[in-house]
Ligand binder design. Sequence first.
Ligand code: SF4
Length: 244
Amino acid sequence: MTSPQIAGTVPEDLLPVQEIFGPVPQGEGPYTGRASCFIRLGRCNLHCPPCDSKRTWDTSLYDLAQTCPPRSAEDIVQTAGEHGARSGLTVVSGGEPLLWQRTAAWQQMLSELPGDVHIETNGTISPNDFTAGRVAHFSVSPKIGRMAAADPAKRRIRTAVLADFAGLAQQGKAAFKFVAADDGEVEEAAQLVRESLIPHDRVWIMPLGEDDAAWTAAGRGIVKQVMDHGFNFSGRLHLTLGVR
Ligand code: SF4
């Protein structure tokens, strides 16, 4: 169901939209380089300190009514079409987009978007049957290390939800992406991968870095550890290219 945290804040027939942009290359994970339209929805159930999308949720910094105005599904789909959705791939991100999956607007948006739809999620909410059936790929990013500093484990790590996504990963419909700043955080990810029975070949480790220089420095520090575990290594192509 829609989270109590956000219930009533947006009419059922609308979705809060922070931005729609593209076409741009997907910058991270297994679909890196694929031309994509991004739809970034407002609100999140976590509060990661290094979050680069605080306009979607941080009420201490932003007026969400201004940064994430509610829009109709019809309007979202039309705008997405003007920004690359017609070329084949739309990535719905956030915030935490699955907060909205039980709304009528979500169902209309996913039904009317052309081509493939990917979802970027923090892995705390399982997709319902409608969402799982429509979405071609889930990029699941449980929060560990520095990303996890502000939220208790019971809020960030939902064992049953991770089991659902691990099952989708085994079907090739999901991949896990952990942001790690150092070898200790790679180990934290590896422990969660073991406990959650996540297939190793469906795990991407992405160095923490808000710009290309910081990403490169962190990446050089952890790449051996990532390879030793048999995980994949994720770039942040949009930082390298200086696009969104
Ligand atoms: S889960 Fe994602 S959008 Fe939400 S606070 Fe963390 S990094 Fe930001």
